[in-house]
Write a protein that binds this ligand. Sequence first.
Ligand code: 13P
Length: 248
Amino acid sequence: MRQTIVAGNWKMNASKETVNTLVMGILSGMSDVDSKVIVCAPAPYLSQVEALITHSQLNLGAQDLNVNASGAFTGEISADMIKDFGAQYVIVGHSERRSLYFENNEVVARKVQVALDNGLTPLFCIGETLEQRESGNMESVVSAQIQAVIDLSGIGAFKDIIVAYEPVWAIGTGVTATPQQAQDAHAFIRLMLAKNDADVAQTTPILYGGSMNPGNAAELIGCEDIDGGLIGGASLKAQDFLQICKAG
Ligand code: 13P
């Protein structure tokens, strides 16, 4: 039985005041949440969130990392820096990083490996664009994204990876994949993992991301191969996020 995981990706949305209100709001409703809950904060706020969530069941993640340990990489953050603030998770290969910052499958695979090497759990994002889906290429796109990680790190790495299937056409659009579309994609991903290692495929969490909200979360998370959600917009409102956390 895989535990339900709900992760919030705040993206580039935060101020000291909103972080305080949001985290305090989430913490106030956590007592009846069974899911594992992670919040992925922008790097400048990791310290603030770390302090707020001490001794709580809330977990902290970052949104990206550099593959280098340290050095002349202006503007970047390393795995060690992320760990320094008590974060155990890091989003890797989000579609916004892939499309806006040109991260290809090989770069993303290296980031996954660096996260694992440093004891961080990567939230490894995959997913197709609308054009790719409509031209019948969803499976080949997602396969290539996963295969790059298998090629570099081996299938065993998926014991320590959380996969997030985020169809690009559903991110921030209000258009959610139907439960059937999402379940089909998740089943395909799990089958691909199973062809490499059946045991690993059974234990790897696969989250859905893309306009998940309190109204659709229960049905999506209720699907056999959907183990939780990676939430963008709805993770910025404590009550909405908590409702999703409780849907699992
Ligand atoms: P939305 O929930 O805003 O669609 O964003 C999803 C996402 O990109 C999470 O990483």
